[in-house]
Design a protein around this ligand. Structure first.
Ligand code: ATP
Ligand code: MG
Ligand code: MG
Length: 411
């Protein structure tokens, strides 16, 4: 595709904003479908933007009519309209009032988005392909939910994880079931949702690997290029910090995780970047938790750590079928990403921002990213990346004042 290809983006939050930041120096126009003041629109003026919800099929068709290829920053969308646009096309009106139909490619494929939207189906599919996943069990909803949860308790023992099949993010849609006593509360909270049970994974650490996937016009995988694995820390189900390389594990764990992540992404469809969230167990096994078919919080640090090919630039390059590097070698030996989450007050995070601005040191750097979002408790409103030329332990020590303030904001 030519450099003037217009990309249509469903969703204009911080991921979309950083995609636009990397598209700007490449002269790639991005038209965003989201509310008027969405972060991605605040930094990207474009006559093709559409105001509305990325859940509205009519608005998605309007965006597609303005674009050459569609992509997403969120997977919770209507994949039927994306299938229709990719396979049958969308109506485009010309200035003289005539209409034509044009097909618009969707990357990643609507097939991938549909599969991933349903976490149970996602992992059922991966498990059948021989990918290591936690055991899972479909649950009934409504009147027989309690009985099917009792079966899950007998099968898995306590604790186990109750998960909504759809629409979950930041742990909204997960409930840890620690004993029989939790079951009734679970029915009242989750009874109206379609749910499944997942065996508890007593992991040592959590890892994430972002993989770039390209394919030919027939949909066959062309290339799978993994970034180095990172360690992710989740607190109250929300990612709070990311470490590259992972701390306190052997260096070959990253390679082991990259292999599993590539075998997962090979089984999907479409071009772009895919994040594979993984558990690393005490027995040294890598188990797949879930996939995000888009740029991901665990890859924010790549803007500075792999500056020639951040995950955002990779998303654009893969979608446009441009040239990609053989391997993704960071320019630094360590990096840490700290999420800035909204606190109790609208200005609770100001202390963290000011501290980040004040930190300078030899061989270490601090980068602040604010998303232009209103602060709400636990909302992701920015992040800080630190990079270093020494060990991850040294960088972690340097980052301590920021980690401490971020923890205090969360209280
Ligand atoms: P995201 O914001 O990443 O999309 P999500 O709402 O889809 O999150 P999950 O990734 O399913 O939620 O789970 C959130 C966190 O809960 C995981 O990162 C992990 O810390 C914990 N968790 C999830 N499933 C299990 C499990 N089976 N065993 C132990 N911990 C788990
Ligand atoms: Mg998820
Ligand atoms: Mg997750």
């Amino acid at each position: 595709m030519s450099p003037s290809t217009t990309i249509g983006l469903l969703g204009g939050g911080q991921l979309g904003m950083m995609l636009c930041e990397s598209a700007s120096p490449l002269n790639v126009p991005i038209a965003v479908l989201d509310a008027e003041n969405a972060p991605a629109k605040q930094i990207n003026s474009n006559k093709h933007h559409v105001t509305g919800s990325f859940k509205d099929p009519a608005k998605i068709r309007e965006l597609a009519a303005n674009c050459d290829v569609l992509t997403v920053e969120v997977e919770h969308i209507d994949t039927h309209v994306l299938e229709e646009i990719a396979t049958h096309g969308v109506q485009v009106s010309a200035a003289d009032g005539s209409t034509t139909t044009k097909k618009v490619a969707v990357h990643p494929s609507w097939k991938t988005l549909r599969l991933i939207q349903n976490k149970y189906e996602q992992k059922d599919y991966l498990g059948k392909q021989g990918i290591p996943i936690a055991e899972q069990l479909a649950l009934d909803s409504g009147a027989s939910m309690l009985a099917s949860m009792k079966e899950a308790s007998a099968k898995f023992g306590f604790p186990w994880m109750l998960k909504s099949r759809k629409d979950s993010y930041d742990g909204r849609g997960n409930l840890k079931i620690s004993s029989e006593a939790d079951l009734e509360h679970a029915v009242s909270e989750f009874g109206s949702l379609s749910c499944y049970a997942e065996k508890w994974v007593p992991f040592e650490i959590e890892l994430s690997v972002i993989v770039i996937r390209t394919e030919d016009d027939e949909g066959n995988t062309k290339r799978l290029i993994p970034y180095p694995a990172v360690e992710t820390i989740h607190e109250d189900n929300i990612c709070s910090r990311v470490f590259m390389p992972p701390r306190n594990v052997a260096s070959d764990v990253s390679e082991q995780a990259q292999k599993v992540a590539c075998s997962v992404v090979e089984k999907l469809w479409g071009r772009g970047v895919f994040a594979v969230e993984l558990f690393f167990t005490k027995e040294g096994k890598v188990v797949v938790n879930e996939i995000a078919p888009r740029p991901h919080n665990s890859g924010h640090h790549l803007i500075e750590a792999v500056p020639y090919m951040s995950q955002y630039k990779a998303q654009l390059t893969a979608i446009l079928d441009g040239p990609l590097p053989e391997e993704l070698q960071p320019h630094v030996s360590s990096s840490i990403m700290i999420n800035i989450l909204g606190g109790a007050n609208a200005d609770s995070h100001d202390r963290l921002v000011e501290k980040a601005k004040s930190m300078y040191a030899n061989n270490k750097a601090v980068y602040l990213h604010l998303y232009g979002k209103e602060s709400k408790p636990s909302r992701k409103i920015g992040h800080i990346t630190l990079t270093g030329l020494g060990t991850i332990a040294e960088l972690e020590e340097f980052a301590q004042p920021l980690i401490k303030i971020a923890e205090e904001i969360r209280q």
